[in-house]
Ligand binder design. Structure first.
Ligand code: TXA
Ligand code: MG
Length: 349
């Protein structure tokens, strides 16, 4: 299959005049799969109501069928056709954070979407992305759009159209290139079907942000390594992994440098995921300054492209600095832990 590529720089109000959006929306209505930018990462979109269209997403990604998809909408009115109950707290959160990187789990309106979207669950994940291209495309298609991140399963999520093409060129109908995404990590997934909202996946909206609106919330204990099965099916899979083994290095710079030196003496090509503050201090084969430690939103923004870069450079092994689990740091460390397969190196006392 030839993958179409459209570029969209800016969207003004009248997106009907953008032939790129019109063509991409038509492919979605034809039950084809089209990748598009959101504020978090690129999504791989398809008509959520069509078994045929949604099956194409799973096939292109190589995604296990038990991992449900997020449905993307451009207008709150679409929500009523997808869910049967909108709790008060969900209303408050939507008015605070939509459009934006918060996915809310609701009770499913049976029959509203393909059963492949929800992987047979009686709940549905919905979000309204804060990106003019995504909103224009969804609106123009007139459909609720099911969209996982537009990477092959197990690869880091794409934050640029080039990443999507690297993984899926020739396997999907098209990619709308709207430039680099902003947030850089996926949306926060919040289950609002019970009395107390529960974070199933940390993401672009922090726990602290959510609690400032609805008071105390809970976090799925599986995320803290309780050993329980995560409530969000996707969280049980190893994810975001670069080709080389990655280790979380928790210790002072000098000690991390010693770890690097030992591996280089063994003849290995060593990568370091550092920050702009620390990168110059390391002597290694590939040192990537991934944002600024003083502003973790910049680390989130660059995280996945940095992980992909180690693959391009063919590092044999990667050491990553670690970050405080606060604000967006919770999402960064969740993704790094998965990329590392939970391998930590700690300085022995
Ligand atoms: O930022 C994002 O959320 C991006 C962009 C494209 O919107 N999308 C994304 O989708 O990250 P995906 O498929 O890579 O991750 C969706 C997550 C998975 O962990 C999945 O298990 C969970 O949401 N999920 C979807 N529906 C669910 C449901 N009904 N109950 C619990 N978890 C659900
Ligand atoms: Mg994903």
């Amino acid at each position: 299959m030839k993958t179409m590529l459209w570029h969209v720089d800016k969207i003004h109000n009248n997106h009907g005049s953008y032939p790129q959006i019109t063509q991409a929306a038509q492919l979605l209505r034809d039950n084809e799969v089209v990748a598009f930018p959101t504020e978090t990462v690129y999504g791989l979109g398809a008509n959520a109501a069509s078994d045929e269209a949604v099956s194409k997403i799973f096939a292109a990604k190589g995604r296990p069928g038990d991992n449900p998809l997020i449905v993307h909408i451009s207008d709150s009115a679409q929500l009523h056709s997808l869910v049967v109950d909108i709790p008060d707290k969900a209303y408050e959160l939507m008015s605070a954070f939509w459009p934006g990187p918060l996915t809310i789990i609701f009770r499913l309106r049976e029959g509203s979407v393909s059963r492949h979207v929800t992987a047979g669950l009686n709940t549905i994940a919905v979000r309204m992305p804060d990106h003019p291209v995504a909103l224009a495309l969804i609106e123009e298609s007139g459909l609720p759009i099911a969209a996982p991140s537009a990477n092959k399963s197990g690869r880091p999520s794409p934050t640029a159209a080039a990443h999507v093409l690297a993984d899926l060129s020739g396997e999907i109908a098209g990619v709308v290139d709207g430039g680099e995404t902003g947030v850089g990590v996926e949306s926060t997934v919040l289950d609002c079907t019970g009395d107390i909202p529960v974070v199933l996946r940390p993401g672009g909206i922090s726990r602290e942000d959510i609690e400032s609106i609805v008071g105390e919330i809970a976090v799925d204990p599986a995320l803290a390594g309780s050993g329980e099965v995560p409530k969000s099916p996707g969280m049980k899979y190893t994810h975001y992994a670069p080709a080389a083994p990655l280790f979380l290095a928790d210790g002072p710079q000098e000690w991390i440098q010693q770890q690097i030196d030992e591996k280089r003496q063994d003849g290995l090509k060593v990568g370091v995921l550092a920050t702009e503050e620390s990168a110059e201090a390391y002597k290694a084969d590939v040192v990537i300054p991934c944002g600024r430690r003083a502003d973790l939103t910049t680390v989130a923004h660059s995280l996945y492209s940095s992980l992909r870069y180690f693959d391009t450079e063919k590092a044999d092994l990667i050491f990553a600095e670690v970050f405080p689990v606060e604000g967006v740091g919770a999402a960064i460390m969740n993704r790094l832990e998965k990329a590392a397969g939970h391998r930590w190196l700690r300085e022995k006392q």
